[in-house]
Design a protein around this ligand. Structure first.
Ligand code: GUN
Ligand code: ZN
Length: 449
């Protein structure tokens, strides 16, 4: 691949704006040049400086009225639920039975899985997301379909087969043994292939027996650089159910700790109703929480206490998640819009520096990928999103009244959505371009999608 460059304003972050003065964490370059070679950023700085040392023949793409950020990272999302997003009327446990478990049965068919994976990946890229932590279904082939599509786009994705051996329809159940066997086979097939990472994925404590959770702990020991994802303390009825299913455990999180699936590279969705002891355990072990505000509001699950989780005495790693299909937008701009409101309901204020950090570098830290993605700097993967300050008539009008970049970023996350994503770059390639006038994706849908 030849050297290329992007010329636009750019924002990125150093440090953690929940733990330090946010102003010191923002890196803002109003007239930046980002130079890319071999899928990575090789130079970044003021265009007047970097432009002078561009390798001869570098193709430069200029984006006026735009702000480039590291590609957004989504730390919690379910691709099979793309077909049932916006399902009316229920809270978590009824919603699972009435909608989710029905939809997920269709993924026994690999052609269906391929079709949905195609739609899903394009929706992520349209919203500026370049890495996601993804639940597939219990079917091994649902994982193959997803990684095949991700591999085609060369996106860095973290995904895995759901394990469930009880409390779900028979067609969605595996066993402790088959869950182990299928997960191990998928790890062998996909973990570390190109930019794909495997994630051991017990759905949540109520749908796994103790024996199956133990198997997940064994898989984690055998593959320490694989990820673990599950759900935790999302809904009060769910928590009561877990405590009745596991009466010997001190807390919901203790069920996972007992199985050996708490630690680095473990990502728990939600964590709304965690106790201080649980938060302290997350801090001590390096386990991460995925904050999913649109989902938590949509299902009426509760208000995640972000600033409590990030308390400087024992900060917990927190990433941002859409949790499609309980969440209602694929786009992290809209997710931040709702995160701001959830924080406000808790009597706190999520500023724009903290917000965009959460969607980029903070989520990379939650995934232990902070040296690879989530930041614009030499050596990092060239996964980037180009945001349009004037994407809609209202954004154009309101942006004209912004006094500084922090206000501009806040306006973009409050009023913006996928319309504000002008382009998305994956490993240096522009895989999505809104204004092309024809097919916006570099790889058009397959026959299946
Ligand atoms: N808990 C267990 N499964 C799910 C799921 O699919 N979505 C959400 N939001 N919570 C869950
Ligand atoms: Zn979820």
């Amino acid at each position: 691949m030849a050297t290329s460059a992007i010329h636009a304003a750019a924002v990125t972050f150093r440090g953690d704006p929940f733990l330090q003065d946010p102003a010191t964490c923002l890196v803002y370059e109003p007239d930046a040049m980002i130079v890319i070679d071999g899928g990575r950023i090789i130079d970044f700085g003021p265009a007047g400086v970097v432009g002078k040392r561009l390798p001869a023949g570098t193709e430069v793409v200029h984006y006026p009225d735009s702000i480039v950020s590291a590609g957004f990272i989504d730390t919690h999302i379910h691709y099979p639920q793309t077909q049932m997003v916006a399902a009316f009327g229920e809270q978590l446990l009824e919603w699972l039975n009435k909608y989710t478990f029905i939809a997920e049965q269709q993924f026994a068919e690999i052609e269906h899985a391929r079709r949905v994976a195609g739609v899903f990946l394009r929706e992520l890229l349209r919203g500026g997301t370049t890495t996601a932590v993804v639940y597939c279904t219990v079917h091994l082939q649902s994982v193959d379909a997803f990684f095949e599509e991700s591999n085609r786009f060369n996106t860095r994705m973290i995904a895995g087969k759901v394990l469930m051996d009880r409390n779900a329809p028979p067609a969605l159940l595996d066993t402790a043994e088959s869950g182990y066997r299928d997960s191990a086979a998928l790890i062998g097939r996909w973990h570390g292939r190109g930019r794909q990472h495997y994630c051991i994925t017990p759905r949540f404590a109520p749908t796994s027996t103790e024996a199956q959770l133990e198997v997940c702990g064994i898989l984690r020991k055998e593959h320490p650089d694989a990820y673990v994802q599950t759900h935790l303390c999302e809904n009060l009825d769910e928590i009561d159910w877990v405590m009745s299913l596991f009466p010997d455990r001190k807390s919901y999180l203790d069920v996972y700790a007992h199985a050996g699936i708490v630690g680095d590279r473990s990502v728990y969705g939600h964590g709304i109703h965690l106790t201080e002891q649980d938060l302290a355990l997350c801090h001590q072990t390096g386990a991460a929480l995925a904050h999913c505000p649109t989902s938590n509001l949509f299902l009426g699950s509760g208000l995640f206490r972000l600033f409590d989780a990030k308390q400087s005495a024992r900060p917990v790693r927190v990433g941002l998640g859409t949790d499609i299909g309980a969440g209602t937008s694929f786009c992290q701009l809209q997710t931040l819009n709702e995160a701001y409101k959830v924080a406000a309901m808790n009597g706190t204020r999520l500023n724009a520096i903290q917000a965009y950090y959460l969607a980029t570098r903070g989520s990379a830290e939650a995934l232990c990928l902070q040296d690879t993605i989530g930041t614009i700097a030499p050596g990092f993967d060239a996964d980037l999103v180009v945001l349009d300050r004037k994407a809609t008539p209202l954004l154009e009008f309101r942006s004209g009244f912004c006094n500084d970049i922090v206000e501009q970023l806040f306006v973009l996350m409050t009023l913006g959505d996928d319309r504000a994503v002008r382009a998305t770059y994956v490993a240096g390639e522009r895989v999505y371009y809104r204004d092309t006038g024809c097919e916006p994706f570099r790889y058009p849908a397959t026959a299946a999608s």
